[in-house]
Design a protein around this ligand. Structure first.
Ligand code: NAD
Length: 482
């Protein structure tokens, strides 16, 4: 008998998980499937400040013992979480597709990645963190060790609710910290499913806690609470800036992964078919709701028209429909606010004189959902649609005179998350890789090409602070004599 038939993954109402038990909230809401607004995903609860404090205090009380737990104990728990996630990836994927509107293949990829991330941290836990250092003096030893921080507040967006949470929770627990996790309000089911799996992994009560609710109340309280030793945040640059200001006010450690407006350069010598496919996937997969999406397509003038024509043709063949329907290429937009934002930016683009090549309309399908026809604009670098993060299936093509101009346009942005280039020239590829101002760079691949064991990161308004062990631990240098 497999595990699925023994334990339900998660059931509505989706509740908080505090100090090893499930708790109802101060208030409740209902989430709906963005592919079918007549289908509720479930009821979920919201915490108030008092309940948030209870979770933080539980994590604080659990920290001493957990921080001293053996590496094997931590590894076993993380491995158990990863094993159950991978064993139930189809259930998780269906839930993710119903909650966020990722197509089933996209959701399966994310659920698998989330499970693999926990497995990766299980293995990392068993690596020695000590770094012996030679002393300048005879008879003295220097030991550099890393110690866990305490309670870590983890605040995440709705766009990849399993994978982003896995990366942060996995790292925090692997390094001996306790967690208070606040997911986005529009992804409560995935968060509760994750908490139920973590709850079965043998962690002591209080080591992992889930509190759901609004950013302004629950999120802000986590950032402000004196018992929270560090905050790891993913979300928009605007919210990240607020989190940073609040964290700075009490000088607490903080790490932010934020928005992007990522350039994807196509040079005249590129394999045009490959470049169009990479642009299509980079700009529109996951309904464009990825921080790594290629939102600015910068194309050298010699291939500008053929590129736009080929992209328009391929875009027209994509099927936008219910996320669980076989053959759907693009699922719905995840929520009403994001749909409104996409439609607003289509209007803004038209008002500022950008040329709408195709798409940009709300679509009707057999079910009542947030369906939006992927949009392609030809624009100018100063247009708002070419400068501001939209976070939807909307890309702007910009014309570049030559490579230098393309590089200039690529860097002409407040953001610095990722960047891509398509070229057959090794020299140009190497130059771009060195001079583009971003944390990730892809050569002849979509900008969304991200692997979970490689460092992420970003620059400028896209990121703040380290993401590796340096963030999750505090260094202690010991001088020891004889
Ligand atoms: P958001 O900024 O609206 O919310 C992110 C999280 O912050 C949510 O849990 C929210 O409730 C919480 N929050 C809101 N106000 C808060 C406050 N004052 N204090 C503390 N927490 C608060 O982002 P979103 O709409 O959920 O997600 C989309 C954004 O996330 C996009 O900008 C996207 O680029 C970004 N993102 C970045 C990455 C990355 O790795 N760089 C990955 C995914 C998404």
């Amino acid at each position: 008998m497999n595990r699925d038939s023994l334990v339900p993954l998660v059931a509505s109402p989706f509740r908080h998980y505090i100090n090893g038990g499930w708790e109802t909230g101060a208030t409740a809401g209902v989430s709906f499937n963005p592919s079918d607004l007549d289908e509720p995903v479930g009821e979920y609860v919201r915490a108030d400040v008092r309940q948030t404090d209870t979770a933080i205090e539980a994590a604080h009380a659990a920290f001493r013992d957990w921080s001293l737990a053996s590496a094997q104990r931590r590894a076993d728990a993380l491995d158990a979480i990863g094993t159950e996630m991978l064993g139930r990836r189809d259930e998780l994927a269906r839930l993710l597709a119903r909650e966020i509107g990722k197509t089933l293949p996209e959701a399966q990829t994310e659920a698998t990645r989330a499970g693999q991330i926990f497995k990766l941290f299980a293995a990392e836990t068993l690596r020695a963190f000590a770094e012996p250092l030679a002393s300048a003096r005879a008879g003295v030893e220097i030991d550099v060790t890393r110690e866990p921080l305490g309670v870590v507040g983890i605040i995440t967006p709705w766009s990849a609710p399993l994978a982003i949470a896995a990366a942060k929770i996995g790292a925090a627990l692997a390094h001996g910290n306790c967690v208070v996790f606040k997911p986005a309000e529009s992804a409560p089911a995935c968060a509760a499913a994750l908490a139920s799996i973590i709850g079965r992994a043998g962690l002591p009560a209080g080591v992992f806690n889930l509190v759901m609710g609004s950013g302004r109340q629950v999120g802000a309280r986590i950032v402000a609470h004196p018992l929270v030793a560090a905050i790891s945040f993913s979300g928009s640059t605007d919210t990240g800036t607020r989190v940073l200001q609040a964290a700075a006010a009490r000088q607490v450690r903080v790490q932010l992964e934020m928005g992007g407006k990522n350039p994807f350069v196509v040079l005249a010598d590129a394999d045009l078919d490959g470049a169009v496919d990479a642009a299509l996937s980079g700009a529109y997969s996951s309904t464009g709701q990825r921080s790594t999406a290629a939102a600015r397509l910068i194309v050298e003038r010699a291939v500008f028209e053929p590129f736009v024509d080929a992209l328009r043709t391929k875009l027209a063949k994509l099927s936008v429909d219910h996320a669980l329907k076989h053959g759907t290429d693009i699922g719905p937009v995840a929520n009403a606010a994001q749909l409104e934002r996409n439609l607003d930016y289509v209007r803004i683009g038209q008002q500022e004189g950008a040329q709408l090549v195709r798409g940009g309309q709300q679509l009707e399908r057999a079910t009542r959902g947030y369906f939006f026809e992927p949009a392609l604009f030809i624009g100018e670098p100063e247009h708002r649609i070419a400068r501001e993060e939209i976070f939807g299936p909307l890309a702007v093509v910009l014309r570049a005179h030559d490579y230098d101009h393309a590089l200039h346009l690529a860097n002409d942005t407040a953001y610095g998350l990722c960047a891509g280039i398509c070229t057959r020239s090794l020299e140009r590829a190497r130059h771009f890789r060195r001079h583009v101002q971003s944390g990730l760079v892809t050569i002849n691949l979509p900008t969304t090409t991200v692997e979970h064991h490689a460092p992420g990161g970003g620059r400028k308004a896209s990121a703040y602070g380290a993401t590796d062990a340096a963030f999750w631990t505090a260094v202690k240098t010991a001088y020891v004599a004889g």
